[in-house]
Design a protein. Structure first.
Length: 365
């Protein structure tokens, strides 16, 4: 694995100097660290942050008086099954009950009003060899991250981001009966958000999604071959390289070698662990700190771009000691079109080295 990265140790300054001297900066086709996924890094048409700013980003215009997530509008949503409310200088877990809606909340967890899956009794469905299906059972939840409409994690107080991370942990533990739980966030309309109020979502499914299955298989195979966690090896490789972005005591962030999206970055715990539920309290706080810092840098250099992020964690029902959970952040700056859809290969117009340098040099990091 290491040999794949050695050739890329040259600095971005060196790449830029080659271009200025008229030397050709060739495109590369890079393979993902573990998955059988290839990405064309289009260095010949590389784009820096300012190249994306002319497009603008469409903001969802929602008046707060009509926003179902804003304080005072709690009756526009289902009852909350988890609330964080201030209590005697601390935080207390509460929930709505008897048709009442509490209004003194800091974080609010509710069922999605338009769920992709529902928690109802499973009914066996017929299928044949080619037309397989299962009943659409599961859960779909929303975590309202703040009572303040525009308090997204890049600008929220650190204590508020810590509460959001704690809500992830609480809900993940509560939903552990399902085969898989996905925690994700869509920011801005172009990234799939239908409401602009700061919020994340959680979907629990009766099966393990293919992307996670592929990662589990690849990581297990590599671990059996080397006896070492490949993600721990990746951290060791990237934390001192040209794709490194941010680091604190417990977490490291970098732009992955074969980034699918321009300015994509990953956030990994330094300590080997399979799921968020294994976080110590100091790690939970450092996760919030790292997430806030990296998203602040992204917002600064790209003027609050649309993005999605998702946690890749091991399934809770089985032991996957070889897996290493991580968070992947995908800015939505380009469109995957015919080539990507029909081949499963991707074209990234911003080399991850350029993306990492820009994020690293933002004043937020």
């Amino acid at each position: 694995m290491k040999d794949r990265f050695i050739k890329d140790k040259r600095s971005i300054t060196a790449i830029n100097n080659e271009s200025k001297r008229g030397k050709s900066v060739l495109n590369e086709i890079r393979k993902d660290y573990l998955l059988d996924r290839w990405v064309i890094i289009a260095s010949e048409r590389a784009k820096r942050p300012t190249d994306f700013l002319t497009k603008g980003s469409e903001k969802i215009e929602t008046k707060t008086e009509n926003c179902p997530f804003c304080p005072g509008n709690e009756r526009m949503t289902p009852q909350a099954f988890l609330l964080y409310v201030p209590k005697n200088g601390g935080i207390r877990r509460e929930k709505d009950h008897d048709g009442e809606r509490r209004k003194d909340w800091l974080v609010r967890c509710i069922p999605n009003l338009y769920p992709a899956l529902t928690s109802r009794e499973s009914v066996p469905l017929s299928s044949n060899e080619l037309l397989k299906r299962v009943d659409g059972v599961g859960t779909h939840e929303v975590i309202v991250e703040s009572p303040h409409h525009d308090e997204h994690p890049d600008r929220a107080p650190l204590k508020q981001v810590e509460l959001v991370v704690q809500a992830y942990l609480d809900r993940l533990e509560s939903l552990s009966k399902w085969n898989y739980v996905t925690i994700f966030r869509n920011h801005r309309k172009e990234a799939g958000a239908s409401l602009s109020h700061a919020h994340s979502q959680i979907i629990a499914t009766p099966m393990i999604p293919k992307t996670i299955l592929d990662e589990l298989t690849a990581v297990k195979t590599k671990h059996q071959q080397t006896g070492v966690c490949p993600y721990c090896k990746i951290i060791e490789l990237e934390r001192n390289g040209p794709r490194h972005i941010y680091e604190n005591k417990n977490f490291v962030a970098f732009a992955p070698w074969a980034s699918v999206y321009p300015f994509e970055f990953w956030l990994l715990p330094k300590r080997h662990q399979q799921t968020l539920l294994q976080l110590r309290d100091d790690e939970r706080k450092d996760l919030a700190k790292a997430l806030r810092a990296c998203l602040s840098g992204l917002a600064k250099i790209l003027k609050d771009p649309p993005y999605c992020y998702g946690f890749h964690i091991a399934p809770t029902k089985e032991k996957h000691e070889y897996f290493h959970w991580h968070l992947e952040v995908y800015p939505k700056l380009t469109i995957h079109a015919g080539f990507e859809i029909s081949t499963g290969m991707f074209i990234n117009v911003t080399p991850p080295e350029i993306a990492a340098e820009s994020l690293r040099n933002s004043n937020s990091l």
